[in-house]
Design a protein. Sequence first.
Length: 327
Amino acid sequence: MILVTGGAGFIGSNLTAALAARNVPVAVCDRLRRGEKWRNLAKVELRDVVLPEALEDWLAANVNSLEAVVHLGAISSTTETDGDLVCEVNFRLSRRLGEWCARHGKRLIYASSAATYGDGAGGFVDDGSLEGLARLRPLNLYGWSKHLFDRWVARSIERGERRPAQWAGLKFFNVYGPNEYHKGSMQSIVAQRYEAAASGAPVMLFQSHRADCPDGGQKRDFIYVGDCVDVILWLLDQPRVNGLYNLGTGRARTFLELITALFAAVRRAPDVRFVEMPAAIRPNYQYFTEARMERLREVGYSRPFTTIEDGVREYVEQYLARPDRYR
């Protein structure tokens, strides 16, 4: 059995569906609350659904049947300001899970984030050494909390402490795809702008506030959620692969290119209007992210990554444009 924390969330529910399709027994640890988040799991057979506060007892009861933990659960909002809450959920819970997996010889694959790179001035090299991690300067609370756990893992390894049977961290870049609808303002720009594009309205994008970047020329490494799931499944199939790895496509694309792909998917000519970027987000706004993917390739992952043209088309045609948009 595999436990997916955050399994009702965006990447987690896509992974849970893929594991179930492999006939792998899967349990989910998450909070469903009162919204529509449960729909992310409605088509999947589950072994169990566990609240985070019940996780310790659940692990004790299932220690013999559990093979691996894929830890995706986190407060992922980059605008969250409750430092105590973020530290408890994103760092201390992660640390407790890491220690439990180490004690019991279980495998651990966990979510880090490209937010750990801060403004990207130091590049986007997935150097998991203590020295490499010490050079990073995250710009927000979320990125710092993920960075804190990456450094804890690196320090534990450097000290020769007992560690999980497999450990692998993934620095997710800008992920888009089905089952992100519960994320509100944290949804991808594809999900947020689909209704406008499909209904005949113009799509709004932020103006650039840098002379060296045209409006819409801000770049991100956009990766389709199906590619993220494929990498996690590959890691589960490769128990000897350990390390901290970037997870993007390795190619930055502009927001204008992404929205052009969205218009193509709804069969409209692009109609883009640029609006002023809110002053509050300008100081920490990233104008460029691009994953260095050599390390993941070097350990054997060889599948190509989906282009934004193909990924956005699949997202629109198979999900967003259908009455049932859930995976």
